[in-house]
Design a protein around this ligand. Structure first.
Ligand code: A3P
Length: 286
């Protein structure tokens, strides 16, 4: 049941991947200097982080680039706690955008009252996406048996720790941040409305054509074709033709293809116990 120390380490009650983070770096984030213009994307892994990175990239920068500029999402919107490219974050131009899987209590002190977009996804699709992800990432321990992976996930013994604690933590501390909550499922159902919500949150005015262009480029099939957006150069992936297959299916309800009825009921039971009081309605299928 315990995750292998080769892949994960626990710091202050939270599991990090050993490749890319150290306890010292994480502690240093507490005093990381935040600008008023910064934007954070916070998620539990596999909830649509890279999708949101692409959407923000398009909303904030597409007006300034002619569509041929070759900057990857990972460079434009780096990971706060995993500085894969050894960037000097203090030298980045404003508005900076960071992605993070940190729980609310490990984020920089100065992030209080600053802008955060928190994306949730129904946990059955999260765990199935996560299970497939362990197969393509050399930085994660591959667990071949899904029922074992599910138990680890429910026990919070994965990178990102407990899905329930992550989501509950961010929701119950919403008043500490200037936060926009979005769900993967609402983005999937009506991407245009989600893009408009984000623009509104950021105070960004886009023309009708620009909104259409963001929506078009953020659709799964189009993102998959765009090497700037599809994370095919993700560090630490198990090679498949030299490319990372980060964008796998991009659907709602894929859990039904893997979970047994008993496993699905097991998740329902845990959720009922732990999350009943939260204002979240899960969408299991669309
Ligand atoms: P699947 O494995 O179910 O396909 P994260 O970026 O937080 O790790 O989340 C990854 C999940 O988001 C993957 O789910 C990935 O395919 C999905 N995703 C990425 N871009 C997407 C898009 N444009 N539309 C729908 N899903 C997307």
């Amino acid at each position: 049941m315990e995750p292998s120390k080769e892949y994960l380490f626990n710091h202050k009650g939270f599991y990090f991947v050993t490749q890319g983070a150290t306890p010292e770096n994480i502690d240093a984030l507490e005093t990381f200097e935040i600008r008023d213009s910064d934007i954070f994307i916070a998620t539990f892994p596999k909830s649509g982080t890279v999708w949101m990175q692409n959407i923000l990239n398009l909303i904030l920068h597409e007006g300034h680039r002619n569509g041929t500029e070759d900057v990857e999402n990972m460079d434009r919107i780096p990971w706060l706690e995993y500085n894969f490219r050894n960037m000097d974050y203090a030298a980045l131009p404003s508005p900076r955008v960071f992605a993070t899987h940190l729980p609310y209590y490990l984020t920089p002190r100065d992030l209080r009252n600053k802008r955060v977009i928190y994306v949730t996804r129904n946990p059955k699709d999260v765990v199935v996406s996560y299970y497939h992800f362990t197969k393509i990432m050399s930085s994660l321990e591959e667990v071949s048996d899904f029922s074992l992976f599910l138990e680890r996930f429910l026990a919070g013994k994965v990178m990102g720790s407990s899905w329930m604690d992550h989501v509950t933590g961010w929701y119950s501390h919403a008043q500490d941040f200037n936060i926009l909550f979005l769900t993967y499922e609402e983005m999937k159902k009506d991407l245009r409305s989600a893009v408009l919500k984000i623009c509104n949150f950021l105070g960004k005015q886009l023309s009708e054509e620009e909104v259409e262009s963001v929506v078009r480029q953020a659709m799964f099939e189009n993102m998959r074709k765009d090497p700037r957006a599809n994370y095919e150069k993700m560090p630490g992936h198990r090679e498949e033709d030299g490319k990372c297959l980060f964008l796998r299916k991009g659907t709602v309800g894929d859990w039904k293809n893997l979970m047994t009825v008993a496993q699905s009921e097991r998740v329902d039971e845990v959720l009922k116990k732990k999350m009943e009081s939260l204002p979240i309605k899960f969408i299991w299928d669309i």
